[in-house]
Design a protein around this ligand. Structure first.
Ligand code: DGJ
Length: 746
């Protein structure tokens, strides 16, 4: 429902309310987003007004100053000194525009962006409000889109700039930054949770109280990156995993970004998320438009698990293609850590045969199958099979794999080229590089210039040719380096070339999305998994196309506890590729028990990444048993609601669990990283059980099948489940993992 009350714009839909204020100078103030309020709620006088020292006023009557007002999508240059939502520039360098509110419109459903990922929402699942602004003098307009959802407490937002044709056409106007979401919150009594990381250590939450000034986390790498997740959480200091108010925001964007909060001296907290402001300069030509990626902003009054549950439901209901909403993901085996580049058909078939016997369903051939790729120094860009390794071709191998009863999947890295490749020899200008200078190599490779349509088309043609002859069920799309010397070559004239540079970081990502669109249109049955040196592109933009991602190259179970926990704040287990790899682990050398490795990987899109021919019969039998169990419980693990119980960061133990939709069944992992001498028995309190839950639960241990007992919810919540000594189960002492199966007693 949408109403106007005095100068307030009320948007109430589903369980949420969003309230703006039309300010005296034609700007829009932000008053509220959260739990639904009564329609007659009056938030008049919630803005700080008055003649304050050092605060230029926009309107002498109302004494409105941008320095003190809570703005929505704050413009720069009118007396506001916090981070602006956008920056426009006239030809002569003046940054002053006056985009005034003109009116609004609403429609059923969510917004459709023309060349960027858009959410899926039917006309009864969402409603959208569009606020319209224009600088009439220059014919520059802005539309702000805000969608609310019927089933979820969240907001989707993006902005669309345009320039009218036929007005001041000769003037050059540039857009120099543009957020997807920029809202001023009323106070600064929040803690900011950011997710930083590195290769092999992705998405570690870091929590800090808000302080004055800007606090942000950004990627300038051309990708969403391992170092900075394009997302953040704001929570009240008393909020924890189980209770309290939290807001979460995340971008549907796979390129450079900047997300943060700017706290002013009046303790106004400006939240901003969007494209990295240093890396765009868009020529707003007459008749042109520019869209920012979408941002998602959600709230929870039930702590961080509640917030995650909103994002997880959003992933299933509105982000990924509807065909994958209920589809269970296959148990796969990827040959990378089993063989690296050293394989031939016989070796692969031997692994595949054992995989089939062990209950694995999909065989994925990783890097090394094309060109002359026997190491990582050559052939990226040449997507034709390496007959020296695979004399029967990919189709010959795929047919044999399918005949074994397995599905077939393939690795590609379409955005890259090695200088030692046919593609580069023929088209040296296809890469991001400035020919006047030498180009830095990352893993001996260069980034293809996906901002150019002809480059994307050339790769599409090669991949199309390759895929069309294969019974292909799955593609792993990798991306193993960041941008450097980012310059787009091959422009027709100096002016056009110059304009292209300002759009490069934006158009590159659009090129990536367009290749996904083209391949998915041509091959609708292929399930895509994204990857970027493990989990360096774990953003909602890519998840729109590829519903799962290899979440880290670090497959050590203890490290994965932390990586999977950090990854779980915005995405559910089904999104997260998790494989059992060899012991000792190839990244850390740690020897975690097989059962521990599998139990941790169960909480993801489960698979294997090891040479089965190196395993003992005992281990192979255990794998068969674990696969049978996982197959039976797959819907619970992949579609269930994930909840964090003990965070692994800095703790000797960690615990998390999944519940089915009815909350009648759950699987709970307890992981003891290190054994300590002379400690009291550990009682694991399930604080995620509701205080109003009067049910009893039967609990047994998966490894032995032993029934531990039947417990009332109040007991499990307040006293806790007594954790058995790991030695008893011969699983420890270090890296002992216990999997508890929980059933509600009818
Ligand atoms: C990086 C990925 O993260 C690995 O899983 C593997 O696919 C290699 N690339 C192959 O080069």
């Amino acid at each position: 429902m949408f109403t106007k009350l005095e100068n307030q714009i009320h948007f109430h839909y589903g369980s949420s309310s969003l309230i703006f204020e039309i300010l005296e100078d034609g700007q829009i103030g932000f008053l509220y987003f959260g739990e639904k309020l009564p329609a007659d709620t009056d938030l008049r006088n919630h803005q700080l007004r008055g003649m304050h020292a050092l605060s230029p006023v926009r309107d002498l009557e109302s004494l409105l100053s941008h320095k003190n007002a809570r703005l929505c999508y704050a413009p720069e240059g009118h007396g506001d000194y916090s981070t602006p939502a956008f920056r426009l520039k006239h030809e002569d360098g003046s940054p002053i525009f006056d985009l005034r509110f003109q009116g609004l419109r609403r429609f059923d459903g969510s917004a459709k962006l023309s060349e960027l990922p858009s959410l899926y929402a039917s006309d009864t699942e969402a409603e959208t409000l569009v606020l319209e602004f224009e600088d009439k003098q220059h014919g520059v307009g802005l539309e702000l889109y805000f969608s609310l959802f019927s089933q979820l407490p969240l907001l989707a937002s993006h902005s669309r700039f345009y320039r009218r044709a036929g007005q001041n056409e000769a003037e050059r106007i540039r857009l120099c930054s543009a957020s997807s979401l920029c809202l001023d919150l009323n106070d600064a009594d929040y803690e900011l949770v950011r997710f930083h990381g590195a290769w092999g250590r992705e998405r570690y939450p870091q929590t800090q109280a808000l302080h004055y000034g800007v606090q942000s986390l950004a990627s300038r790498s051309g990708t969403s990156s391992a170092e900075a997740l394009p997302a953040l959480i704001l929570k009240r200091p008393s909020t924890d995993e189980f209770q309290g108010l939290a807001y979460g925001a995340s971008l549907l964007w796979s390129g450079s970004h900047c997300c943060g909060v700017d706290v002013s001296e009046t303790r106004r907290s400006r939240l901003f998320l969007g494209l990295h402001p240093d890396q765009i300069e868009i020529e707003l030509c007459p008749g042109a438009k520019f869209e920012t990626p979408e941002a998602i902003f959600a709230y929870s009054n039930t702590g961080l698990n509640g917030l995650s549950s909103v994002f997880h439901r959003f992933y299933f209901q509105h982000l990924i293609s509807p065909r994958y909403r209920k589809q269970l993901r296959p148990i796969l085996l990827n040959n990378w850590e089993a063989t690296y580049f050293d394989f031939n058909e016989e070796k692969l078939l031997d692994i595949a045969r054992r995989a089939k016997q062990a209950g694995i369903e999909l065989f994925v051939l990783d890097d090394g199958w094309f060109g002359e790729r026997n190491d990582d120094r050559r052939s990226l860009g040449d997507w034709q099979v390496n007959y020296a390794k695979l004399p029967n071709g990919l189709d010959g191998l795929a047919k044999k794999i399918v005949d074994l009863g397995l599905d077939f999947g393939l690795w590609i890295e379409p955005e890259m080229v090695n200088p030692d490749s046919e593609l580069y020899r023929q088209h040296p200008d296809y890469v991001l590089a400035d020919p006047r200078y030498s180009a830095s190599l990352g893993r001996y490779q260069l980034v293809l210039d996906f901002s150019r349509v002809e480059v994307v088309d050339a790769i599409y043609e090669q991949l199309h040719n390759c895929f069309k002859s294969l019974p292909l069920h799955y593609v792993k799309w990798d991306m193993n380096r960041y941008f450097s010397e980012a310059y787009s070559q091959g422009g027709v004239d100096i002016e056009a070339t110059c304009r292209r540079q300002g759009r490069l970081y934006y158009d590159y990502v659009r090129g990536v999305y367009s290749l996904y669109e083209k391949l998915q249109t041509a091959f609708p049955d292929i399930l895509f998994e994204s990857c970027s040196s493990g989990g360096a592109r774990y953003d909602l933009g890519l998840f729109h196309y590829a519903p799962q991602a290899w979440c880290s190259d670090n497959s050590d179970a203890r490290a994965r506890l932390e990586i999977q926990t950090g990854s779980s704040y915005f995405l559910p287990p089904a999104a997260l590729g998790a494989h059992v790899s060899a012991a000792p682990n190839h990244q850390l050398g740690r020897n975690c028990p097989l059962r521990t490795r599998a139990y941790v990987a169960f909480f993801g899109a489960f698979g294997y990444e090891l040479d089965l021919s190196q395993l003992s019969d005992e281990d192979l039998n255990l794998i068969r048993e674990l696969n049978d169990f996982y197959t039976e419980k797959r819907a619970l693990f992949q579609l269930g609601q994930f909840e964090r119980i003990i965070l692994p960061f800095g703790n000797a133990a960690a615990a998390f669990m999944v519940w089915n939709e009815e909350r009648s069944e759950a699987a709970l992992l307890y992981y003891q990283k290190e054994i300590h001498c002379n400690t009291a028995p550990h009682m694991l309190r399930l604080e995620n059980l509701s205080p109003t839950d009067l049910n009893r639960y039967r609990i047994h241990l998966h490894s032995t099948g032993e029934k531990l007992g039947e417990y009332p919810a109040q007991y499990l919540r307040s006293v806790g489940l007594l954790i058995p000594e790991p030695e008893i189960y011969r699983a420890g002492p270090d890296d002992a993992a216990l999997l508890f199966l929980i059933e509600r007693i009818a």
